[in-house]
Design a protein around this ligand. Structure first.
Ligand code: FAD
Length: 416
């Protein structure tokens, strides 16, 4: 039995940053990750400006510096938003997560790969985790546990908490020569709003160096085959996107043509208990407007590490003491971000006026520089969702003019 102060399960951004920060604070921490150090995690690799400002990415990990975003509406009107002064970045997720795990290790954490946690036992005075480590069963004892295992429902069940509600996503990695991507897409992310393709939110085209990540969102319970056909149709037939993707070849990811995964849509009501907290996707902390998750995974991991370092100092790992973790993310992440991203979600997705709204927004933004900046913030997360939502609200007369009074009133009733 190996003994630690903290055991972290999961080496994605939320778990790795927790272990990194705790180790920097001289806390004795072990991180168990079921995959290898360079394990694949389906992701478009978008690091927003806000996320980058929280944690700078080393230059060698930047696949592309993003200086603008192209928003395309259902009627194929389009506008570039954002600014080179507020850049985002595209990384290759396995390499980004490896860097985070390496950093945690350099700071002093024990990072154990190919270690799948199978059993969690919470006792009054300790936590015990059983893991399969390269075919052998190992046990780890700690004062407290951080659950950073993403959407792994089996572990949440053992902790007696829920698994977050979710949507589905599918994505292709499409290969094109770097020069062609430079010419056709450049240093821009592209988002296509059209419910004939993506059921909610958008189809994304995020360019890496010689690959474009192309994927879409859909509701849980929808026929996945139908959604794959829609994504294929988008790639082959969309009047703007198909030209940009002409000649692209599918790059296999772990032998598969298409990756499919889930993204949480709502924070859990309770993300802590006696001697444990859950962070990142496991806690449902993802932006429900853009579905950006890395930023909140890092933020919740940092908050968890600070609260736990203090709780260890005070020798109080009770539920009451760890409630401070949830109090902090409620204030810093929910009240400033998710609450307003939910308003944006309600206004923008899941009804018959979704596409009309984006048409109106794009038309208005073509004419209004300030609106282009605000729409840029929705993509690059330069400012909080609260700030961007209020800035957008101040532009409502412009949007109503484009959308028309009747549709605007209908939209208002839908979102009340
Ligand atoms: C297709 C797709 C595209 C996305 N694109 C973006 C994007 O461009 N930008 C963005 O910000 N967000 C994006 N997201 C969301 C983002 O990937 C997640 O929100 C983020 O990865 C959450 O980080 P995490 O550390 O909480 O969980 P994860 O990154 O899921 O990490 C969880 C880790 O736990 C490990 N694990 C699970 N079970 C066990 C176990 N039993 N024992 C040990 N280890 C275990 C897993 O192997 C994994 O490494 C995307 C998501 C998807 C699916």
């Amino acid at each position: 039995m190996k003994k630690y102060d903290v055991v972290v399960i999961g080496g994605g951004p939320s778990g790795a940053i927790s272990a990194w920060r705790l180790a920097e604070n001289k806390v004795n921490v072990v991180l168990l990750e079921k995959g290898s150090r360079l394990r694949v995690k389906p992701c478009a690799g978008g690091i927003s400006n806000g996320c980058y400002n929280l944690l700078k990415v080393p230059d060698e990990l930047v696949e592309r510096k993003i200086v603008k975003g192209l928003v395309v509406s259902r009627s194929n009107k389009s506008v570039y938003v954002g600014s080179a002064k507020e850049p985002g970045f595209i990384v290759y997720r396995p390499a980004y997560d490896k860097w985070l795990m390496d950093s945690a290790e350099k700071a002093g954490a024990d990072v154990i790969n190919n270690a799948k946690a199978t059993k969690i036992k919470i006792f009054e005075d300790k936590v015990e985790v059983t893991a399969e480590v390269e075919g052998k069963e190992e046990k780890y004892e700690a004062e407290v546990l951080i659950g950073a295992y993403g959407m792994e429902s089996n572990l949440s069940k053992q902790l007696g908490i829920e698994t977050p509600k979710y949507i589905n996503v599918i994505q292709y990695e499409l290969e094109l020569p770097e020069k062609i991507i430079d010419e056709r897409i450049g240093d821009a992310i592209e988002v296509y709003f059209n419910q004939a393709y993506s059921q909610l939110a958008y189809v994304w085209m995020f360019p890496r160096r010689d690959v474009v990540e192309v994927g879409l969102h859909f509701y849980a319970g929808t026929n996945a085959k139908m959604m794959i056909e829609r994504l294929d149709k988008f790639i082959k037939e969309h009047p703007i996107a198909s030209e940009k993707l002409k000649g692209a070849k599918i790059r296999l990811v772990e032998g598969k043509k298409l990756v499919a995964d889930t993204i949480p849509t709502e924070p859990l009501k309770k993300t802590y208990g006696h001697r444990f907290v859950v962070v990142g996707d496991a806690a449902g902390l993802v932006d429900p407007y853009s579905y950006e998750g890395i930023f909140y995974a890092l933020r919740s991991g940092i908050i968890a590490s600070e609260v736990i370092a203090k709780a260890l100092e005070e020798n109080d790992l009770s539920e009451t003491s760890l409630k401070r973790y949830q109090d902090r993310w409620m204030k810093e992440i929910y009240e400033e971000e998710i609450k307003y991203a939910m308003k944006l979600h309600k206004m923008s997705y899941g009804h018959d006026l979704s596409d009309d709204l984006v048409d109106a927004l794009v038309e208005a933004a073509i004419e209004d520089r300030e609106l282009r900046r605000i729409m840029g913030w929705l993509l690059n997360h330069k400012y909080s969702r609260k700030y961007a939502y209020n800035a957008l609200k101040a532009k409502q007369s412009l949007i109503i003019k484009k959308l028309g009074l009747i549709k605007s009133l209908k939209l208002l009733f839908k979102t009340l």
